[in-house]
Design a binder for this molecule. Sequence first.
Ligand code: ARG
Length: 565
Amino acid sequence: MDFKKNLSELLHQQVKELSIEDIMLAIEIPKNAEMGDFAFPCFKLSKTLRKAPNVIAQDLAGGIELPREFEKVEVAGGYLNFFANKAYFAGLVIKEVIEQKQNYGRNTLGKGKNVIVEFSSPNIAKPFHIGHIRTTVIGNSLYKIYDFLGYNTITINHLGDYGTQFGKLIVAFKAWGNEEEVKANPIPSLLKLYVKFHEEAEENPQLEDEGRLWFKKLEEGDDEALRLWQWFRDVSLEEFNRVYKMLNISFDSLAGESFYSDKMPRVVKMMEEKGILQESKGADIVDLEPYGMPPALIRKSDGSTLYITRDLAAAIYRKEAYDFYKNIYVVGSQQNLHFQQWKKILELMGKEWAEDCIHVSFGLVSLEEGTIATRKGRVVFLEDVLKKAIEKTKEIITDKNPDINNLDEIAADVGIGAVVFQELSNNRIKDYTFSWDKVLNFEGETGPYVQYTHARASSVLRRAEGQITDNFDGSKLTDEVSMAVVKLIQQFPEVILDAQRKNEPSIITRHIIDIAQSFNRFYHDHPILVDDEEVKKARLALVYGVKQVIYTGLYLLGIKAPEKM
Ligand code: ARG
């Protein structure tokens, strides 16, 4: 049952000035149980109704007929505080989880609406490094959240597989490259060639021209250029796929930048027709000065197109191919200006759906001073981070539990889960510094802690096999510690919706940490498999609820929840 919604409908009958949705958004969950379980603030109504908030609260309290799930309502200042009928509330909430299982928190909100989530989008021939982890895990989690809420989701990896840099790479490979070396060690050797190109080009600027020429050839479909480029792309994807496999991520579409190579002339023409293209030193630009932004370069003087041109073509293609309700881009804050310019141009092109294109930005990852990077250069490869986390997990598990079955699988679930969880713990917009210590710390509010709580609940349930029933007595869960758990479980569906509204998976991360903590308090205070059958049934039901919600929460973050660890 959606308590908040029912309460909102009830309030709406008396406050027609606010819609049910407005009321739902306004209702707060007081931190302190003495202030009730749900609170409705009357401050905003004060203006419209021309009455003091506490007077409004008094009036409302007088007129409300409380349904069974509430035992009383109290006025405290400008707030109406609602107190749940604990036994009834606990019974209802936990029964719902037992009935709905994996579907608890699911919703049909998104039915019939197509949502594109574009994420990860690394550049080929470049390392897949720690800087890509955030887009990859935030995007994957958003995809799962939207999917869970009933949207039709389409995941896209907009690979950086086009642009002048590939002309340069072709030149470098032809001059200094070696096929065997690239085959043996694709990304590092391609990176080396790219670096060498730039070193040499400082001495010999003519190389730059050659690079441009080869990109032009690529755009024109030259055989040799295409063959080399395709090969660079294939070997890069092989590397990326190893990491995606570890993270259990796949994409519906790998339409990267190159996919739009033949779709740009049409877009440029559309811009011409709208009269927004201007010539500047032989190149085509869109003047964005009236909007306080630098001009956007659309087509260079040699006719070749740019990153932003491809993004414009991609948005238009996506609208036509998927008729999206929302088109989400999970890309770091370094590209804020790019996406602002791009969106403005779409608006100027008369695309009224531009407002449905959403840049979900996130903070930068920087490397802690002295971070030991792996292989070549100051680059921390994502694959190495995941592997290290798995190794460390193996050590910890074999120490604690030497004869555990399927160690490899569990170590992968926990080690990788730890890295992903930590990435999704902070507000996405915050910058942060990568440190090995932080990533490999499994104490405190971490993924392994939450997974361990799930395994602990699973083990209790295994011991009580066949005794889980929704026919239990909610009045056995009305003590403060049990109620705290019940309330968090009750809030879970709302938490998922909030995470979706804000495109912020960390809201779920924090909520399941809260659940794990409050469950561990419960577990510490209350023996579960007790003689009193009624108490046992109720407590087991609560354990079941916790296990299910943690499982789903981790699932929505893209993390596995092992039964044992
Ligand atoms: N390939 C780009 C990079 O690694 C990110 C692409 C973001 N997506 C987009 N549609 N522009 O920086």
